[in-house]
Design a protein around this ligand. Sequence first.
Ligand SMILES: [Zn+2]
Ligand SMILES: [Zn+2]
Length: 180
Amino acid sequence: MTLDFLLYALIVLVTVVAMEGFAWGAHKYVMHGRSGWGWHKSHHEETEGLFEKNDLYAVVFSVFAVALFFVGHYLSPILLAIGWGITIYGLLYFVAHDGLVHQRWPFHYVPHRGYAKRLVQAHRLHHAVEGRDHCVSFGFLYAPPIDKLKAELRRSGVLDRERIERSVVAQGAAHAPVRD
Ligand SMILES: [Zn+2]
Ligand SMILES: [Zn+2]
């Protein structure tokens, strides 16, 4: 293994971690902001068909990664490594968010323990609130402790205790908030 390889592997790793931070910020301030909600709204309601408008965000990220591969191929292996980092993050995002939480794959698997369970429950709580305001847990790979999120929701007063508990254990694709 050469030093170069280790350096590029490190860049890939750092990019994956940085992407979670970037995605958290984009989700909280752009997608739930005034300008980005137009696309993201579709992800917070039940939609017909295989795709939702929100998938356009993934397309934008993919185009960006492909451009990095293209430019990196000619100019710099560092850009190539960043392109790989974004691509790997995209795959992890697909497995954790689209797969595990929203079950957009042909099999149903609900994790019952460990971090995977926390990840699913945290994102269910993200979808528990109606509309773009007062939502919690904006990360896709990092999930804060469930008790902390429940407390945050109670504090903001948008959901009562019973609705919060029902949201955590709700089944199915979990896009729209649970209703009475
Ligand atoms: Zn959201
Ligand atoms: Zn979601």
